[in-house]
Design a protein around this ligand. Structure first.
Ligand code: ZN
Length: 132
């Protein structure tokens, strides 16, 4: 791995001492220690992100919206929230299951979010025509 970028971060004296002590104990440089810590932290974060992704995060990303295959209407028998905008959906209201192309999970959307995602996407259509 090339390490030619420099990151500067302000830390308290106390934190610097801790980092410096830890580096000495591990017989490494402060720079190496920080790099390893950040790498670990980001990997953990990614794993966590993926785990949440499987359950469907709140607020769908644009990519996720594009992956929606279709909707199934349902009448709620429990209060829940829209997975996209977080709006409270109450018992007996209509909500929509969003089915994705590439996975088994489903998202629950309110009518507003469902209708928004049905709007044609100009950029996407343009890409499709220019590629063929
Ligand atoms: Zn919504």
């Amino acid at each position: 791995m090339t390490t030619n970028k420099v990151l500067n971060a302000r830390v308290s004296d106390k934190l610097y001492e801790k980092i410096s002590d830890k580096a000495k104990k591990n017989r490494t440089t402060v720079s190496n220690l920080i790099r390893n810590l950040v790498e670990d932290a980001l990997e953990i974060h990614e794993d966590f992100h993926e785990a949440v992704d499987k359950k469907i995060r709140k607020y769908l990303s644009e990519t996720e919206k594009q992956d929606i295959l279709g909707y199934q209407e349902m009448v709620l028998v429990k209060d829940t929230e829209c997975d996209n905008c977080g709006m409270l959906l109450k018992v007996s209201e209509t909500a929509y299951f969003a089915f994705f192309e590439d996975r088994d999970v489903k998202a629950i959307l309110c009518a507003t979010c469902k209708n928004e995602s049905l709007q044609p996407e100009k950029t996407k259509a343009h890409e499709n025509t220019s590629n063929k």
